[in-house]
Design a binder for this molecule. Structure first.
Ligand SMILES: *Cc1c(COP(=O)(O)O)cnc(C)c1O
Length: 386
């Protein structure tokens, strides 16, 4: 058989390589501490699981779900945006249920990108934006995220001829992998840029609820008029420890949501309605108390990790958002050589920054997905390895 050319173009999935090296180290009997994949270690709240137990018994949910998502879930999403961001949304036209943000982001690209079109993609970034642009025959134009510009893209550096041939500008703040945050002023600039070049602004807001030290992350839809040009993805995965459930939603431009909906109705048949009702439980009355508690857990882990890494002479900022640390590798190391060193000598898994793009060189990403105690242990082992 002969597979499509596009399959050969996909860069190897980052975590597949790490998993292989990890298995080799584990086979030597090493107790591995994984700060690799950004997957919360704590369980989904009990009341969400209980709601799922009830909903799964309802025979109404056993049939095909509504394509655009259960109206009740979309209403709960709209209520969440109103309460949390002060953003008014019409649940029927401006909210779409997704089988996780990854699904929605991937399909959005197929709804917008024709062969030869550009997309404007941060580098480093969550890999889906670039990979699906390539699969769709498009050309990802890298916008470097560098420390000198606080890991924000410099929109003025995008060549006008590229911007004119582009379809989507991708942003993600609080950011994976750099843990940088953006203020509303930057989103205003991005909205104006997309208006000028007739682009869709796609903001991936997966980490808006994971913030510290009093910082509150905005929605891009807080910018006046943003709904004309922007779509925002919001996921229950990270804030509510629900990565396995596959539930998220997209909000914003009805035109963009309709186009995404056309790809989706011809591809999937929506998320299990029982999962959507359990999702309502997550984003309704207990949401703020739950995320506040989780942020306290991550803040303490962050401080143990940042203080520990700095005591080893490593450079790392104390992030105000996400649950990642973006750590400079020591002099004489590359991202990959440092990742291999801490895995082989300390049994600690981190991700090389280059897995997220060429401008990730010189960094590794560590996820705060183990206990404070295990973070302390990881620091001690890295100290010995160095
Ligand atoms: C984890 C992550 C997602 C994926 O979220 P799902 O809703 O679980 O698919 C999307 N974007 C970024 C930046 C992420 O880190």
């Amino acid at each position: 058989m002969r597979t499509a050319r596009r399959i050969a173009e996909v860069p190897p999935y980052l975590f597949a390589q790490i998993d292989k090296q990890k298995a080799e180290v584990a086979a030597r009997g090493v107790d591995i501490i994984s700060l690799g994949i950004g997957d919360p270690d704590l369980p989904t709240p009990d009341y969400v699981v209980e709601r799922m137990r009830e909903e799964v018994r309802n025979p109404k949910h056993h049939r095909y779900p509504d394509y655009e998502g259960a109206l009740e879930f979309r209403q709960a999403a709209a209520a969440y945006y109103q309460h949390r961001f002060g953003v008014e949304l019409d649940p029927k036209r401006e909210v779409l249920t997704l089988i996780g943000s990854k699904e929605g982001l991937a399909h959005l690209i197929w709804a917008f990108v024709d062969p030869g079109d550009y997309t404007l993609v941060p580098d480093p970034a969550y890999p889906v934006y670039r990979t699906h642009t390539l699969l769709a025959g498009g050309i990802p134009h890298a916008m470097p995220l560098v420390r000198e510009n606080r890991f924000l893209p410099d929109l003025a550096k995008i060549p006008a001829e590229v911007a004119r041939q582009a379809k989507i500008l991708f942003l993600n703040y609080p950011n994976n992998p750099t843990a940088a945050v953006a203020d509303l002023g930057f989103f205003e600039e991005a909205v104006a840029f997309c208006r000028r070049y007739d682009l869709l602004l796609c903001h991936d807001n997966a980490y808006s609820e994971m913030t510290y030290d009093g910082y509150v992350a905005p929605s891009v839809l807080q910018v006046p008029g943003a709904k004309d040009v922007a779509i925002e993805f919001w996921s229950l995965s990270k804030p509510f420890n629900m990565t396995g459930w596959r539930i998220a939603f997209a909000v914003g431009s009805p035109k963009a949501l309709d186009a995404l909906g056309i790809i989706k109705t011809n591809t999937d048949s929506g998320q299990f309605t029982a999962v959507q009702f359990a999702g309502i439980e997550a984003i309704s009355r207990n949401a703020a108390a739950f995320t506040r508690g989780m942020n306290e857990v991550y803040r303490r882990r962050r401080d143990v990790a940042v203080d520990g890494l700095r005591s080893l002479g490593l450079e790392v900022e104390r992030p105000r958002g996400s649950f990642y640390l973006w750590v400079r590798v020591p002099k004489g190391h590359t991202s990959v050589s440092f990742t291999e060193l801490v895995l082989a000598k300390a049994g600690v898994v981190v991700v090389p920054g280059t897995g997220y793009g060429q401008f990730g060189e010189g960094y590794v990403r560590a996820a705060l997905t183990v206990s404070e105690e295990r973070i302390g242990e990881a620091i001690q082992r890295i100290r010995q390895a160095l």
